[in-house]
Design a protein around this ligand. Sequence first.
Ligand code: GDP
Length: 412
Amino acid sequence: KCRIGIVGLPNVGKSSLFNTFSTKQVPAENYPFCTIQPAQAIVAVPDKRWTHLCEVYAPRSRIQAVLEIWDIAGLVRGAHEGKGLGNEFLSNIQSVDAIYHVVRAFKDKMVEHVDGSVDPIRDLETISFELRAKDRQTIAGKFENMEKMAKRSNDRKIKKELVIIFYFKKGYCVDVYVKLIEVVGKIKEVLEAGKDVNYADWTSDEIEYIRGYNLFTAKPVVFLVNVSMSDWEKGSNKFIGVIQEWVDKHFPGSAVIPFSAVFEAKVCLYLLFLSLSFTNYISIWYCFFDFKKLLEMDESKREAYLKEHKTRSMLDKIITSGYKALHLIHFFTAGEDEVRCWTVRATTKAPQAAGTIHTDFEKGFICAETMSYKDFKKCGSESAAKANGKYIQNGKSYEVQDGDIMYFKFNK
Ligand code: GDP
């Protein structure tokens, strides 16, 4: 549940951003549970707490939390009717749990815009409309089927069949079926009113049903505004204000992050530069004038220059905002062998959190010995935390908190 897809019109900077993420991939050998596909980048979720734990325990193995980022083919107006890459795009988006919506706020005559001009609000509306239109299609199909079945179910024989299908085969009972019809009807109303499913009011029961439909507009969105390199360096862009207003109105609470794809690519090259041999410097030097400037600097000046650029990079913020939008948190296991982050959904209870490590931990769960990272840091060490009563035994109903350091006891 930590997949996020980059979505947007063609030529807005999606691939440039994705390529930058690709250069930041975690070393594959540390994450054997992830199989990396060409359109997928697995990046570490930056966390200073984890870095500090690694410094304290100096473990042999260090594993960070990761986020899967997927490059999704550009979407065009009419995609829900199969225009452009239509269905391919739509099936890709089905497999992600959240969306980075990249919107273009840079002008460049050399980079064509599908609609002929740079107009971020029009573009935001185009994409949102397509996602909603696809959901409307999905729900209309389901609603029709259900109504047909419900009508037919006045017939006693069919009613019996329905009970068999829903109760025995799918684990549903007739009450649930009736509730499903009600929820689908409500989703239809929301979409027809031009709203996204994610921004309507739902009870927790209804949310469970909605999850099962994998609707596009039920996925959380982080908006990424791609500005030109010069705007980025100036620190201003004329579209940011209106984009923020639009997002506040239509996607209240969603993050809006300005960035520059060109700047990010440059920072990546700088970092690559640091790891290259002298002959490679020369070839890069011919391609990118900036590197000449870098080569001419003395070492301390160069380091400061690179550091400044690195700190102005938005990649870390983009990653953590995606993780947050997915309602993900992590707890740590920490020792001399390994310091590791374990990702769970916020509100996960201790036994299920234990289950992410091993199913046996969940089955035989006895308790979770827990100290918060804050207490660990305040006390200075695990033993000091224990001595101060900060190492607490929690039972089955304990809700895991972001940054908990946990040790599970279980029956074998
Ligand atoms: P995608 O179609 O959304 O994946 O867009 P790409 O990442 O392939 O970018 C399309 C073109 O726009 C490429 O030539 C990029 O170099 C260029 N591009 C991307 N971001 C910027 C930017 O911020 N400023 C300028 N001038 N060009 C950009």
